[in-house]
Design a protein around this ligand. Structure first.
Ligand code: ADP
Ligand code: MG
Length: 349
């Protein structure tokens, strides 16, 4: 396993006005499970394809450990990079059994029969497929097919495993159990994993760190809980997690890691690293329904989420989100308090 290091990585496809990747700088440590999260078209697949060697960058470089694999005057072809890739579409050979599919990459490499058998057995066992070895792909469920694709990737003992929306074709319940499969797999193998998804729940649940991408750039690269509680900009604040992003300005110092900000005609104590923030990210947990908070709002919507209600509150300008244990009537007036939300400075403002 090796770390992946991107420096100023840029990809501009012929004939397109905007670069698909616009100066990616990132370092993924050996054995990390990293998710690339972002809306459709932000460049996630392009970053995977450049990493695997299916595309050449137009600028910058990629290193794997000490080795440059792409850069000015340097291009290591896919078969010499030792990375495995798993696609959403599985791409299994229908006429081969599960074992045949998994064994195929080793046959291509000319490995001896006994060694092949040993490695296939191990890959099938790691992915929980031992009992399906002799079935055809058509006799498997979607989740099982995805596991075959994973086993076929692993059997080659890749230095890094790249996964492009591997669960996008599966239903919700199966996705949850496959997510557990991926984390268990990562725990057992310690593989470096780069996992593309546009589903924030999946990214936050699986990865040790998440790179949030937008329009070819990484906006923030941090642990899930940091993305959620300390977003770097309005895009990340709005894309990851529930809540509201509202404008705010500094009203006075507060001391350790905090300051007083003015927002919606109110003074609020906020968490921050900035002396002059421009916005607040107000998560539902930061909003309490109480008559002592100084702010009034009208209930705009109330939906049951199992165990609690999600309440959208119209404060007369900005909508906030709160959780409530009791159902609230739409149109009702409530009081609320905002408690230590995250204040940040939008870059470029
Ligand atoms: P994502 O996987 O995040 O949805 P992609 O990496 O597939 O995004 O695409 C990023 C951008 O690059 C998009 O604007 C897409 O249209 C463009 N793009 C991707 N592949 C090609 C290609 N082969 N030729 C031209 N444009 C491409
Ligand atoms: Mg994609």
């Amino acid at each position: 396993m090796a770390e992946l290091i991107y420096s100023g990585l840029t990809k501009q496809f012929d004939g397109s006005a905007q670069p698909a990747l616009d100066g990616i700088d990132a370092r993924i440590e050996s054995g990390e499970f990293v998710a690339l999260l972002g809306p459709s078209g932000c460049g996630k697949t392009t970053l995977l394809r450049l990493t695997a060697g299916f595309e050449e960058p137009t600028g910058g470089e990629i290193r794997m450990g000490d080795t440059q694999v792409a850069g000015p005057g340097c291009f290591v072809p896919p078969e010499d990079r030792g990375v495995g890739i798993v696609f959403q579409s599985y791409a299994l050979w229908p006429h081969m059994t599960v074992a045949g599919n998994v064994s195929y990459p080793l046959e291509v490499r000319g490995l001896a029969r006994a060694e092949r058998a040993r490695r296939v057995e191990e890959a099938l066992s790691l992915t929980g497929l031992t009992e399906f070895a002799h079935r055809a792909p058509a006799q498997l469920s979607g989740g099982q097919r995805q596991r075959v694709a994973l086993a076929r990737c692993l059997v080659a003992e890749p230095r890094a495993v790249l996964l492009d929306e591997p669960l996008a074709n599966l239903d919700l319940a199966l996705r949850a159990s496959m997510q557990e499969n991926f984390t268990a797999f990562h725990r057992r193998t310690g593989a470096t994993m780069l996992y593309v998804t546009h589903d924030q729940g999946e990214a936050l649940a699986l990865a040790t760190r998440v790179a949030v991408m937008e329009r070819g750039r990484i906006r923030q690269f941090a642990a899930p809980e940091v993305l959620y509680s300390e977003p770097a900009d309005c895009f990340v604040a709005g894309f990851v997690g529930d809540g509201a992003v509202v404008s705010a300005s500094a009203a006075g110092p507060l001391g350790r890691n905090g300051l007083e900000v003015e927002t919606m005609g109110l003074r609020v104590a906020a968490r921050s690293n900035e002396a002059l923030p421009t916005h607040l990210c107000i998560r539902p947990e930061d909003v309490s329904l109480t008559d002592e908070g100084g702010l009034r709002a009208r209930v705009r919507g109330c939906t049951y989420q199992g165990g609690r209600f999600r309440v959208v509150l119209d404060t007369g300008g900005e909508d906030l989100v709160a959780f409530s244990r009791l159902r609230l009537e739409v149109g009702a007036q409530v009081g609320l308090r905002i408690d230590r939300p995250w204040a940040f400075r939008e870059p470029g403002l």
